[in-house]
Design a protein around this ligand. Structure first.
Ligand SMILES: CC(C)(COP(=O)(O)OP(=O)(O)OC[C@H]1O[C@@H](n2cnc3c(N)ncnc32)[C@H](O)[C@@H]1OP(=O)(O)O)[C@@H](O)C(=O)NCCC(=O)NCCS
Length: 304
């Protein structure tokens, strides 16, 4: 089997618009075939924005010149480099995945966001390349129409609730996010550019980014719950990012702001809500379990 040609794109040779479009089309084909998105939101946004700041793109081209596979690597806040990799459904079992993996930096952590049978394929591929699971991300979900009811939100009187206001809250929200996720490898490092990429997405709705603020000074953010409905016409909402300022933790704000978001998603008439949570975030897993969320699937990160 002839090896594919693997080309590197980084700050010196950024992705062209045609290459970015071909990567997104390949990812869409894989999603349709596998029943799960191969690239997470952050990696997809970096392709779309043709982002080259600290990001490396690898393109594998088959003998016919078409795109056979794609990998992206990026440094996480904890210094580790994480990667995502996808091979076109028609080009699998020909060594394309292995060729991409060999060109990724040493010591990378490779994500698999696959579910069902595709997750077994990813695990077999990782094992064949000497990679073992090192971290798990749980996808949890619940019905918004039935199942255990959740409590009404109760907030101490020092707090008020309002929605995010574009032009007013960006810096304060980024500061809250950075403080709340200081030890999180990806979430805590969001910059204004990361925020702007998301507020330019078709699903962005400031009403879905709920803020718990200081009642005396409503520019001071104590907690937030960013809910998301993607695609906007879909039936499933997401608990996208829940953050509580570290100096306000332990007052019940996490549960209250989570519930405010669930109420919001239910008020939109949606059927279901899902979320992603790190397996070792015991406090968050407990909060969500108590609110009636159950495991849907597990995404794994592999490393040597
Ligand atoms: C996982 C994936 C990247 C593999 O790409 P690929 O180009 O088909 O992989 P390779 O041809 O390099 O396979 C290398 C080895 O992995 C194992 N493997 C790959 N696909 C497999 C499958 N369907 N069943 C069992 N083992 C498999 C085999 O040991 C294979 O060697 P072999 O073909 O000589 O038996 C591809 O299936 C894919 O894009 N899946 C969706 C995205 C995804 O899950 N990414 C995360 C990867 S951790």
């Amino acid at each position: 089997m002839p090896s594919p040609t693997v080309a590197l794109r980084d700050a010196t040779t950024p992705l062209t618009a045609d290459e970015a479009a071909a990567v997104l089309a390949l990812a869409a084909d894989a999603a349709a075939d596998d029943g799960s998105q191969p690239l997470s939101e952050q990696f997809r946004l970096s392709v779309q924005a043709r982002d080259d700041s600290g990001v490396q793109h690898l393109l594998a081209t088959g003998t016919d010149g078409s795109l056979a596979g794609y990998a992206q690597s990026r440094a996480a806040a904890d210094g580790a480099v994480s990667a995502e990799l996808v091979v076109a459904p028609g080009a699998r079992r020909r060594g394309v995945g292995t060729a991409l993996l060999e060109r990724l930096p040493d010591g990378i952590r490779l994500w698999s966001h696959a579910s069902g049978a595709a997750a077994d394929v990813a695990t077999a591929f990782a094992a064949a390349n000497g990679l073992e699971p090192v971290r798990s991300l749980h996808v949890m979900g619940r019905s918004l129409r039935s199942g255990p009811s959740w409590p009404a939100p109760t907030l101490p009187p020092a707090y008020a609730v309002r929605s995010f206001e574009p032009g007013r809250d960006e810096d304060a929200w980024l500061a809250l996010n950075a403080a709340a996720f200081a030890s999180h490898p990806e979430q805590g490092s969001w910059t204004r550019a990361d925020l702007d990429l998301r507020t330019a997405e078709p699903w962005w709705d400031p009403a879905g980014l709920i803020l718990v603020v200081d009642a005396e000074n409503p520019d001071v953010l104590a907690a937030s719950h960013w809910t998301k409905v993607d695609p906007p016409e879909g039936r499933v909402g997401e608990v996208y990012v829940v953050a509580v300022s570290p100096d306000r933790q332990g007052q019940g704000l996490g549960r209250a702001v989570t519930v405010l978001g669930l109420d919001h998603l239910r008020s939109l008439g949606l059927d279901r809500v899902e979320l992603y949570v790190d397996e070792d975030n015991v406090a968050a897993v407990r909060t969500y379990t108590a609110l009636g969320f159950e495991d849907v699937e597990v995404h794994r990160q592999f490393a040597r």
